[in-house]
Design a protein around this ligand. Sequence first.
Ligand code: I3P
Length: 128
Amino acid sequence: PENGKVFTSRELEKAGLLNKTKIAEGGRKLRKNWSPSWVVLVGNSLVFFKDPKSQTPSSWKPGNSRPESSVDLRGAQLHWANELSSKKNVFKLRTVTGNEFLLQSETDSLIKEWYTTIQNVIDRLDRE
Ligand code: I3P
């Protein structure tokens, strides 16, 4: 995007720190590589940012950092997936293109909020 601006704050639904690993790319299985990621739910996309150390939900602003990757939530599927990890509070997000991510937090309430918010966006897109 122009000037590195990714989106306007009006579209921002949720932002926070989660542990993330990609486990499949186009249906092909990948080796897990968990790392903390700054996750932003904006419009129809889940956007991942690196280097989340200096960030907090209150100080983060759209447009001042470049995303590492992003996921189109249209047609995506969300499932709790504690059987796929030794960690607790894990869910799996699968995109229509067959990319699969695990997202995790040690904080029960936080991961539940993320699950519900992402599922609401998926449901909204399904109805369009
Ligand atoms: C993996 C690493 C992951 C673990 C995964 C291991 O080993 O310990 O954290 O996933 O378990 O294979 P390596 O670093 O050698 O690749 P979880 O933390 O989610 O359990 P898995 O193979 O059972 O998925």
